[in-house]
Design a protein around this ligand. Structure first.
Ligand code: ATP
Ligand code: MG
Length: 328
């Protein structure tokens, strides 16, 4: 039976600036099951990382969570005292960032960093923590684990450093593992190895994974369900197979056409014309309308909710009846 590890309901995040309130994440809801991956995809600035910051209650000032609920194993994180939250981060819910060095101390040996993380959350002896750290280094596929245990991060390649970050994230067997563009800084062959490792972890550790990327090709490899975000809103939410078989939102259709190899027959790379709206000047109607080839008068005046069916949500009036539309 599926087991929900994280449930996010109506999460909203805004920045409170001199130029006014800038909505950044608008009414995001999803549930994550054990051993499943939810992919979050969308172009730069659409609110992927801020969604994660909102989940972790770590939105940087002048931003803050303005509404909604985040339940980790049934426990509400919104409004939880900081001390208790700090105990959850890095143990029950762990994070892997794009650039491994943001998570690593350049001066401390890799083994020590992992055992310190273990000791921060568990009352065991230093020797036991070191033993467990070494085992984790082995588990993330690092050759010569004992040598790496005593190395500092600067002595390792980018891919090996990211494996160390992953080992650290796994220290306390997290229920939720958040990967925010974990392979963007790595070359393609190393990227493939790290992606495989994350899939192995999902299977072996039973964590639920939130996987963030702007790369539709990577989403296809990694995700079970996918949330496509545009200008802070979820515009499509559906199983990955259905997303590629029958993308319903014009923005998703555009993203799929942008994948190299999915080009039009003339070999030209497809481009979605226009740019994401400024958050202090959002259009009155659908946020995608200014770029949408199908936009009507109604789209420019009225903002669509998440329509479609429970299994295939889409923020577009063309799908109001839940039957979908002909592909164009
Ligand atoms: N201090 C701030 N004040 C105002 N707005 C901010 C601040 N920090 C971030 N933002 C805005 O929040 C929005 C969402 O950013 P977020 O980092 O979530 O994007 P993203 O989807 O993760 O993009 P990327 O793919 O580039 O990582 C952006 O438009 C950004 O400008
Ligand atoms: Mg980001």
């Amino acid at each position: 039976m599926s087991e929900t590890v994280l449930s996010v309901e109506h999460l909203s995040v805004a920045f409170f600036t001199e130029r006014g309130v800038l909505p950044t994440v608008d009414d995001v809801s999803f549930t994550l099951q054990k051993s499943k991956t939810i992919g979050i995809v969308g172009e730069s600035g659409c609110g992927k990382s801020m969604t994660v910051n909102g989940i972790l209650q770590m939105v940087p000032a002048p931003g803050r969570v303005t509404g909604g609920s985040v339940k980790l194993g049934g426990e509400e994180l919104v409004g939880m005292p900081e001390k208790k939250l700090a105990g959850k981060r890095g143990s029950e819910i762990a994070l892997i960032f794009q650039e491994p060095m943001t998570s690593l101390n350049p001066l401390m040996t890799c083994g020590r960093q992992i055992s310190e993380t273990i000791l921060a959350h568990k009352r065991i002896s230093r020797a036991e923590a070191d033993k467990r750290a070494l085992h984790l280094i082995e588990q993330v596929g690092i050759p010569m684990p004992e040598k790496v245990f005593h190395s500092i991060p600067g002595e390792l390649s980018g891919g090996m450093r990211q494996r160390i970050v992953i080992a650290m994230a796994l220290c306390n067997n997290p229920a939720v593992l958040i990967c925010d563009e974990p392979t963007t800084a790595l070359d393609v062959t190393v990227q493939a190895q790290i992606l495989r490792l994350i899939n192995d972890i999902k299977r072996d550790f039973g964590s639920g994974v939130i996987f963030i990327t702007h790369d539709m090709g990577v989403i296809r490899q990694m995700a079970d369900d996918v949330m496509v975000m545009y200008a802070g809103q979820v515009v499509e939410y559906v199983h990955v197979d259905e997303l590629f078989r029958n993308p319903l939102h014009p923005y998703t259709q555009g993203l799929i056409r942008c994948i190299p190899g999915m080009n039009d027959s003339d070999g030209e790379l497809y481009i979605i014309e226009g740019s994401v709206p400024m958050r202090n000047a959002l259009p009155k109607g659908c946020l995608f309308a200014p770029r949408c080839p199908y936009a009507t008068e109604r789209c420019r005046l009225e903002r669509p909710g998440l329509l479609g069916t429970p299994a295939h949500r889409v923020r577009c009036f063309r799908n109001e009846d839940g039957k979908g539309v002909e592909k164009t």
